[in-house]
Design a protein around this ligand. Structure first.
Ligand code: ADP
Length: 615
């Protein structure tokens, strides 16, 4: 599954080859993670930026369109991640492609010479503008800072897919991504996978959605405590629409949740608090990694070789009722810690309160830590998280950009916030749809007087990320064929399923913010699908039940396809019955190619089998 990559072109990225995870056929493939494949990233120190606030948005109406998610693999496929060459990594923000000439490196057979510079509309880039400008300049592409009457090749949006109406080219946002990575939606998406693959998805802390699951939270905590009285957990409460640490607090007991008033109007996630993080210089820190979702179908993910590490500014102590409110001890947000008197701005990327992640790895490596293993665990976490998000993202995508209608091709840089535990296990904290790409930071010149000054560590990491994203998305590269998902929900229209449909849809619609939604949202569909799978394939583990039902649906859909082909053919052949003893009947192994319907005996056999299978 690995493809070779021109190392100098993609120096900032590791390709996490999740290609075709979303393809139905690829779900059957199993590719092992080779921990040895992940190389040591190079670079220095880094930091985080406040993310742009994303206002609470109602679910898109299209989400109600129940479509089948891509087939969850019968055993979870894992994807090999391959490091590209470390050479040429981050030449301090300078372009590595001095000659963007017609003659490109030999391993780039999939590219051809650009007839003109790539055009980029940066009019909606907002806070990423500075880093984008540098990147475009380095690539010798053409920027349109005020937009353009003619279409551009690439549109760079600061916030959302819908920042402007685009009908062609490439845009750096997926529809629905902001909604998908909100705390509640992310928790739900990961939980579905945790139910199916508990071992594979143990990188996300146990979470409950408030206020809906408050009673469940209380009951589950009580149950575990009853079983193990020595368990003294801490929980972190995070408002769904919050960012930059806003509204977050720690509790020791469910009864400490501030239920009064706010929860109804401001839903939240309550999560097990990771009490034993890895410390450096006695300080807690987290990692901001940049991940490029290059394509949904086939699924293509790239992980930046370097990211930022954001440090707390007060020495860490395990949570205790006396220190729960010490935000500079427990929360790593840059936007909070910048206001601590202990925040250290540094000219070096390997010291201070914001450093490059690679500098942390160098330090760990010098202490004998197996950083290849750390990287491979992180890559695995990223891929599995994206897989969890993909089904619903596809629903958004197909709603906003239906196949056959003009629309742009999407890609997106995501910010993954990851915490390393003391035992070096990476834990996913959250995913940001709009990671800050600002390359300057606030500095207090004199008490109370702040000024924006260039930030070396931000520039080093973020310009490389944007530049290499643009390179990867270069529209003058040949595009790969994409495959449409052939699943649909039409095969579930039996009377019993109708009742289930009405029941579940009504329940989920009453929970969604946007009452205009019609039909079944994806979560409702997943619930219904799991229910049917459990009823039909009793005694199997859940993931096998689901896989079996998907197989069955795919099978029936393929029969429908065949029937349509046969009908189409008979229509075009003047109504002649399709199966009238032609030579095709004698070749049961004939391939199912367009214009060559399957032999009728084969179809008849399959149909009778299908009736049997459904009964
Ligand atoms: P926000 O979007 O407001 O930044 P996060 O989920 O990133 O919310 O949480 C803010 C900070 O709280 C994180 O950067 C991290 O330092 C800390 N944090 C969040 N969740 C956990 C957790 N489960 N265990 C330990 N620390 C956490």
């Amino acid at each position: 599954m690995l493809r070779g990559r021109p190392e100098r072109e993609l120096a900032a990225w590791w390709e996490a080859e999740a290609v075709a995870a979303a393809k139905a056929h690829a779900a059957k493939e199993q590719v092992r993670v080779d921990p040895g494949a992940a190389g040591e990233p190079e670079g220095k120190a880094g930091e985080e930026q406040p993310k742009e606030p994303t206002p609470a948005q109602p679910r898109a109406a299209e989400e109600g369109d129940a479509r089948a998610p891509p087939r969850p693999p019968s055993t979870l496929p894992m994807y090999q991640a391959k490091p590209v060459s470390a050479q040429g990594l981050y030449p301090h923000g300078k372009s590595r492609s001095k000659n963007r000439s017609c003659k490109r490196s030999s391993d780039r057979s999939e590219e051809y010479c650009s007839p003109r510079p790539v055009t980029v509309d940066s009019s909606k880039a907002r806070t990423s503008l500075d880093a984008l400008k540098i990147s475009i300049r380095q690539l010798k592409w053409k920027e349109f800072p005020f937009g353009r009457r003619l279409p551009c090749d690439i549109y760079w949006h600061g916030v959302s897919f819908h920042d402007s109406d685009i009908f062609s080219g490439l845009v750096n946002k997926f529809p629905g991504m902001t909604e998908m990575v909100r705390k509640i939606t992310l928790s739900r998406a990961v939980r579905i996978m945790q139910n199916l693959f508990p071992e594979e998805y143990n990188f996300y802390p146990r979470s409950w959605i408030l206020p809906d699951e408050f009673q469940l939270f209380v009951a589950q905590v009580r149950m575990v405590k009853d079983g193990d009285p020595s368990w003294k957990p801490t929980f972190i409460v995070k408002p769904d629409s919050g960012c930059q640490g806003d509204g977050i607090y720690l509790i020791k007991d469910p009864s400490d949740i501030r239920l009064a008033g706010t929860l109804q109007s401001r839903p939240a996630v309550v999560q097990e608090y990771v009490c034993k993080p890895l410390l450096i210089d006695k300080l807690k820190f987290d990692i901001r990694l940049y991940v490029l979702l290059k394509s949904l179908e086939p699924l293509e993910i790239y992980i930046a070789k370097d990211g930022l590490s954001r440090f707390c500014t007060e020495p860490y102590q395990e949570p205790h009722p006396r220190n729960l409110h010490h935000i500079f001890m427990h929360l790593t947000n840059y936007s909070l810690n910048i206001h601590s008197g202990n925040f250290v701005h540094s000219d070096s990327t390997s010291t201070g309160s914001k450093r490059t992640f690679s500098s942390i790895l160098c330090r760990l490596s010098s202490k004998g830590v197996d950083i290849k293993k750390v990287w491979s665990d992180i890559i695995s976490l990223v891929i599995k998280t994206v897989i969890a998000l993909t089904p619903e993202l596809r629903v958004f995508y197909q709603s906003d950009i239906p196949a056959g209608r003009p629309g742009p091709t999407c890609f997106q840089i995501l910010g993954f916030d990851i915490l390393l535990m003391k035992n070096l296990k990476p834990i996913l904290l959250e995913v940001n749809a709009n990671p800050s790409m600002r390359i300057e930071h606030e500095q207090e010149l004199s008490p109370g007087v702040f000024e924006n000054v260039p930030s070396l560590v931000d520039e080093e990491v973020k310009v490389a990320v944007i530049r290499d994203t643009l390179r990867l998305m270069d529209p003058f590269k040949k595009k790969r064929e994409s495959q449409n998902c052939k699943l649909s929900s039409s095969s579930l229209s039996m009377a019993a399923v109708d009742i289930l449909y009405i029941d579940i849809t009504r329940r989920w619609n009453s929970m969604t913010v946007d009452q205009r939604d019609s039909g079944m949202c994806l979560q409702a569909f997943v619930e219904a699908f799991f229910y049917l799978a459990q009823r039909k394939f009793k005694m199997l583990p859940l993931h096998e039940q689901v896989a079996s039902l998907i197989d069955l649906c795919e099978y029936h859909l393929s029969l429908l396809d065949e029937k349509r082909l046969v009908c189409g053919r008979s229509a075009t052949s003047g109504g002649r019955p399709p199966h009238s003893g032609t030579s095709q009947e004698a070749t049961p192994a004939a391939p199912l190619a367009e214009g060559h319907p399957p032999p009728c005996t084969n179809s008849a056999l399959k149909l009778s089998h299908s009736r049997h299978a459904l009964s």
